[in-house]
Design a protein around this ligand. Structure first.
Ligand code: HEM
Length: 535
């Protein structure tokens, strides 16, 4: 018996010592521990368990905490760790513009490498700069002009399919998320790679299924809790689990698509009907043949770049478009105003008209991007010691006023994008409302406080911002133009509530459905009387 007591005591001491060492190693000498913030409820979980609910329900703890603690605060995390949360515009700008000093945490990079290979999302330093230089020409205004007819064509195909599914009914329920996913996948396939995934017309897509699987992941304790430990144990996604199987399947589906795209390119490039020269795939294939090392891509990088473009562009744009339809379905006045602007054009607008002559459409898209960012927050880890400047001084726990924060290599930071995009001091008391008109008003107040950063942070900023943002905005405007010109969108005939649900990203979901769908009702513009009384 005494033996058991001694063993138990020794084990307890060892565990306590391990906690102490981990805690000391992770926090010793750090200035972050002097920054005020919410209390550590539990040594094991910090506030991370509470943050999980942030991810499941439509609440924003980062915003609530910032109401209390201000634009800079510290949160306690799992196993005695801590993270600095930054909403201060100068600090956020410093992080994203000196991106070599602040990188994605090792666990996230490892996960990205497993999903896409050594592509742009994963790369850092010189490798990132080289890959970005090669990719950038594919996203210029001239390239967008070239691919605009492809985007129009894809949106028209969706309209045709909706018309087919009406079968004489005045109004039908559609799964808006699935349609926006199909539209986005085919648009990226055709416009970037001149490759038709055929998903609008009903071809099953392995990529779409693999992405959807994340929204159907059983919320078992291991699936829910594992991501919390990613910052400490980067290898956690290598432990066999349902989530890792999904990642492997997503990776396999991306690789399969990449191989088919390359095969298609090799087969068709000499065909006069193949206009691939204006497409991303040709720039990439040329870079692979490039003799100059600074401009060349290896074969593995070529396929990783294709994978990265699909992964980064597909679900982000599809989810944002689904949110746009959801917001418009609940805001008939906005929808009518948008339709009035669209109705000015008897024919399809030219590229210039689409880009410059529909300010309200632009406002609708920008407002959805602001209110429903595809990424709720960005995690970063300091790659070296640094000093982060602040736009306004803060008071530390020991009563000192500081206007910059000393950061040690390895310390963790988080930029809560959703909270940043909804700051009342920037956007006014209606910051959480969907109000596209704000983009047409004088923004000098917003600009003075946060500049472009505050307006567009959903795409991040600096040398690592979203390279596809011009494409994404154009694709979304084109889709909404075509669909809203022809259809009125309203809440589901079955009156289902909608919440925000985390799959790979946050999606709008009709509550009560087993899988993650967003049901909305569409009726042809000539049949408005068929809509529910609400309208
Ligand atoms: C609404 C749609 C989109 C949103 C909200 C979005 C958002 C973002 C954000 C926030 C980043 C930076 C992530 C970070 O620093 O951790 C990013 C990076 C990136 N995005 Fe997008 N994105 C969208 C659409 C697209 C599209 C359509 C493409 C391509 C066709 C694309 C390609 C990329 C790439 C390649 C990167 C990596 C850039 C780099 O690391 O240098 N994105 N995106």
């Amino acid at each position: 018996m005494p033996y058991n007591i001694i063993t138990t005591l020794a084990l307890s001491l060892l565990i306590a010592l391990a906690f102490f060492l981990v805690y000391h190693h992770r926090n010793g000498g750090s200035q972050i521990r002097l920054i005020c913030g919410p209390q550590r409820g539990s040594l094991l979980w910090g506030v991370d368990l509470a943050l999980l609910h942030n991810y499941i329900a439509d609440i924003d703890l980062f915003a609530d905490w910032s109401d209390f603690w201000g634009n800079v605060y510290r949160i306690p995390t799992v196993l005695g760790g801590q993270r600095l949360v930054l909403l201060d515009p100068t600090a956020v700008s410093h992080i994203v513009h000196t991106h070599d000093r602040y990188q994605r945490p090792a666990g996230i990079r490892d996960m990205l490498h497993r999903l896409t290979g050594p592509g742009l999302l994963w790369a850092e330093g010189d490798v990132h700069r080289r890959q970005r230089r090669i990719l950038a020409p594919a996203f210029t205004n001239q390239r967008l002009r070239n691919i605009y007819p492809v985007l129009l064509g894809c949106a028209e195909k969706v309209r045709t399919e909706w018309a087919r599914s009406e079968k004489g009914e005045a109004a039908v329920d559609i799964d808006a998320h699935t349609w926006m996913s199909r539209l986005t996948l085919d648009s990226i396939g055709l416009s970037a790679f001149q490759y038709d995934f055929g998903s609008i017309t009903g071809l099953a897509s392995r990529i779409a299924n693999a992405v959807d699987a994340f929204a159907q992941l059983d919320q078992t304790p291991i699936n829910v809790v594992a991501p919390l430990f990613l910052h400490i144990f980067p290898f956690i996604y290598r432990v066999p689990s349902a989530r890792i199987s999904m990642m492997l399947e997503l990776h396999a589906s991306l690789r399969g698509a990449g191989a088919a795209i390359i095969e298609n390119y090799k087969k068709s490039k000499d065909d006069p009907a193949y206009v691939g020269s204006a497409r991303l795939i040709t720039s990439l294939a040329n870079a692979q043949l490039e003799g100059n090392q600074m401009k060349s891509l290896s074969e593995l990088e070529l396929i990783s770049t294709i994978n990265t473009t699909i992964l980064a562009g597909y679900e982000t744009t599809a989810v944002t478009l689904a949110w746009a339809l959801y917001e418009l379905s609940n805001n008939l006045a906005c929808q009518s105003k948008l339709r009035a602007e669209i109705a000015v054009f008897q024919d399809d607008p030219t590229f210039e008209q689409m880009q410059h002559e529909m300010p309200y459409l632009e406002g609708v898209v920008r407002e959805v991007v602001r209110l429903r960012p595809a990424f709720n927050d960005f995690a970063r880890v300091a790659a070296c010691d640094d000093v982060i400047p602040l736009s306004a001084p803060i008071v530390t726990k020991d009563g000192r006023s500081i206007d910059s924060i000393v950061i040690k290599k390895g310390e963790n930071l988080v930029i809560p994008v959703r909270a940043l995009n909804r700051r009342k001091e920037l956007w006014g008391s209606d910051a959480s409302d969907f109000r596209p008109n704000r983009w047409l008003e004088d923004c000098s107040h917003t600009r003075k406080l946060g500049g472009k950063l505050a307006a567009d942070f959903s795409f991040s900023d600096g040398p690592r911002n979203c390279i596809g943002q011009g494409y994404a905005i154009l694709a979304m405007k084109t889709a909404l133009f075509v669909l809203l010109r022809n259809y009125i969108v309203a809440p589901s005939l079955h009156d289902q509530a909608v919440d925000s649900f985390k799959g790979l990203l946050f999606r709008p979901r009709s509550v009560g459905e087993k899988d993650c769908h967003l049901y909305l009702t569409v009726s042809p513009v000539s049949e408005p009387s068929a809509l529910p009384a609400l309208l």
